[in-house]
Design a protein around this ligand. Structure first.
Ligand code: GLA
Length: 386
């Protein structure tokens, strides 16, 4: 198996002809439950995974920033005086966007030196595991350290989200960056997106003999356009129609009244968000009181809600979830923004290989491409490695 840190350091040396001064990594994430609730100021429960993105960095004595990556031939370059979010594009927008966003959050970009950076990643792109947040958070912690900005991790998460929203142009919430920055070994991050407060919730999966299997459908998704933005717009419009600051204000008891004021499709969107918030709270309570073996029904209900009310699933994800449910999984759901990406199954460790075979078989039978499947374990958030 390759060593991400060695490869990133070597990539830096190859590209820039000197050693980097430091190396930072940030993880991708899996969302256990709480989908499309973050930008509605609700609850989410993601965890950071072992797959990480690394950035090796060395300052320059001019004010030029150059970034290269193992995933592209291009060495992108910009002068710190020329950072305008609307001019950024391609993969380097994730890096330059974070630099620009740090300025929006108080860093004095007129007073910092430039830098060279090399990026490499083990987080698969387009699988719904937040490869973009992993880049943003690795760069954010690297610059926070290098420039001695002393921004706390909640602020760095907001910086990453700001870059994603305004430089990359994807109207996403703050969940992914929060997981990537606050994640801890063996635990999920329970985040209240309205107050910004978070708690670490241990999952105790190994003790319970459970694994989380990711099933990457291979259907790729794009958040800057299309369905994600459309769902977000429906939620914003619903809140406006109901005269509330966000859908977080609603509980299930408010749904009958909402039904008299919203069209049927919008009502279904709202019902997903409201019931999903409750499922996150119930999952946290069950994890604490009974353990992970008790949360399967909530995962299943979350998937049904995304499939039928929020309508963000695709046939490949539905098949993965159904096959998991009927082949030993305790619960299963699609995870992430939807319209492709991955599903997760919570499964007893002794049933993992049977489940993998069943999913392979079901995909083949339906004429779908073979999904990529792997186990994930909750891991620590972004750190300086060396
Ligand atoms: C993507 C976004 C997140 C969140 C999820 C859906 O991962 O980046 O902010 O909205 O979709 O829960």
């Amino acid at each position: 198996m390759r060593d991400l840190r060695d490869d990133t350091r070597a990539g830096f040396l190859d590209t820039f002809g000197r050693e980097p001064v430091g190396l930072w990594t940030a993880p991708g994430r899996v969302n256990l439950i709480g989908e499309h609730t973050d930008y509605n100021l609700g609850f989410v429960l993601p965890f950071a995974i072992g797959l990480r993105t690394a950035v090796a960095l060395d300052p320059r004595d001019d004010r030029v920033v150059r970034v290269a990556s193992a995933l592209s031939e291009e060495v992108a370059e910009i002068h710190l005086d020329d950072l305008h979010p609307e001019m950024l594009s391609g993969w380097s927008a994730y890096v330059f966007g974070v630099v620009w966003a740090l300025g929006e959050f108080g860093a004095d970009l007129a007073a910092v030196p430039g830098f060279d950076a090399f990026i490499d990643s083990d987080v698969p792109i387009g699988a719904g595991l937040s490869s973009s947040a992993a880049i943003e958070c690795a760069v954010a912690v690297a610059l926070n350290d290098s420039w001695q900005l002393r921004l706390d991790r909640r602020t760095l998460a907001a910086v990453g989200q700001f870059a994603e929203n305004h430089a990359v142009g994807a109207p996403t919430g703050v969940m992914d960056q929060t997981a990537s920055l606050l994640g801890e070994h063996g635990a999920a991050v329970f985040l209240d997106c309205r107050s910004g407060t978070s708690e670490i919730v241990p999952m105790h999966l190994a003790e319970a003999g459970l694994e989380i299997l990711v099933i990457d459908s291979g259907v790729s998704h794009e958040h800057a356009t299309g369905g994600y933005a459309d769902r977000r717009a429906s939620c914003d419009l619903a809140a406006q129609t109901l005269g509330i600051a966000s859908l977080r204000e609603l509980t299930e008891a408010d749904l009958p009244d909402a039904a008299t004021r919203l069209d049927p499709v919008t009502l279904r969107r709202v019902r997903h968000v409201v019931t999903e918030n409750q499922r996150v709270l119930d999952t946290v309570a069950l994890l604490r009181q009974e353990g992970a073996a008790a949360i399967g029904d909530l995962l299943d209900a979350s998937h049904r809600s995304m499939r039928f009310d929020f309508e963000i699933s695709v046939p490949e994800l539905d098949l993965a979830v159904e096959t998991a449910q009927s082949n030993g999984a305790i619960g299963a759901r699609m995870t992430g923004g939807g319209f492709g990406g991955a599903a997760i199954a919570l499964v007893p460790d002794h049933a993992v290989s049977h489940l993998r075979a069943a999913i392979d078989g079901a995909f083949a039978e339906h004429g779908f491409g073979q999904p990529d499947m792997f186990l994930v374990h909750a891991s620590h958030g972004a750190i300086r490695e060396e």
